[in-house]
Design a binder for this molecule. Sequence first.
Ligand SMILES: Cc1cc2nc3c(=O)[nH]c(=O)nc-3n(C[C@H](O)[C@H](O)[C@H](O)COP(=O)(O)OP(=O)(O)OC[C@H]3O[C@@H](n4cnc5c(N)ncnc54)[C@H](O)[C@@H]3O)c2cc1C
Length: 231
Amino acid sequence: MAPLRDEEVSGEAAAFVGVDGEACAGLGREAVGAGDPVDDGCDDESEGGEEIAADLVVDASGRGSPLKRWLAELGAPVMQEESESCGIFYCSRFYRILPEAKRPPMEGPIGGDLGYMKYAIFQGDSDIFSVTLAASPKDDELRRVRDPAVFDTVTRHLPPTRRWVDPAVSTPITDVYVYANLKNTRRHFVEDGEPRALGVYPIGDALLHANPIAGRGCTIGWLQAYLLADA
Ligand SMILES: Cc1cc2nc3c(=O)[nH]c(=O)nc-3n(C[C@H](O)[C@H](O)[C@H](O)COP(=O)(O)OP(=O)(O)OC[C@H]3O[C@@H](n4cnc5c(N)ncnc54)[C@H](O)[C@@H]3O)c2cc1C
C-alpha cells in the first residue's frame, strides 16, 4: 500500500459526536454488517454494564478506536486501513504563572522549527500555558527530552522558552506528557459504496487522523460532526 502523506489526508472532511460519559465496551450482538441496522449501542453487560439501545451510534473514540475490531467480531466486512508514521513525537508540559509574576511578553511566533527540533508555547486561561518540544522518533539523543529533567534543561536554555519556564515566573503543574507513535491514518468505513455497517458512524480521529503538526484534527472533527448532524 502506498505511503499515506500529510497532504493526502488534508482534504478529508469528518468529525465526532459524543453520546454519554460512560466507557463503551462494544457494539450490541444484533448490530452487524452492511444491510443490517445497528440497533444497539454500548454492550457491556458481561462486565456489569448496561446495554443501551440506539438508532444511531457515533464512534468518536479517537485514534485508538476499537470499531474495526468490534465490527469484525460481529461478522461485518473488514474495515481497511492505511497508516503511515508521521515521523514526529511530541512532549508537552503545562505550567502556571506564579501569582506574583508577570506573564512574559510573546515576542514573535508561538513556535518555531530549529531543524533538529520544534518548539511551541501555547497560552491558555487561568494563567496556564504549555511548552511543547517535538522531534524525530529516530533521533535517539533528542528522544531523551521525554525525561522531565532533560525537558526542563532544554526548555530553560532555549531562548524562546526560558523566560516562561523560569522558576521565578512559573511552576510546572503536570508531568511531561509524551505523544508517540503518531500516524497519518485513514480508515475506510465505506468501500465500493457499501458501509461496513448501517447506523454506525466513525468520525474524527476514529475515521481519519493526521500529523498534529498541521493542526487540522479538531477542525476536521468539527466539520464531520456538523455534516453528520445535517445529514
Ligand atoms: C500531540 C498532539 C498535538 C495535537 N495538536 C493539535 C492542534 O494543535 N490542533 C488540532 O486541531 N489538532 C491537534 N491534534 C489532533 C487532535 O487532538 C485530534 O484530532 C482531536 O482531538 C480528535 O478528536 P476526537 O474527538 O476525534 O478524538 P479524541 O480527542 O481522541 O477523543 C476521543 C474520546 O473518546 C474517549 N473514548 C475512547 N474510547 C472510548 C470508549 N470505548 N468508550 C467511551 N469513550 C471512549 C476518550 O477517552 C476521549 O475522551 C493533536 C494531537 C496530538 C496527539
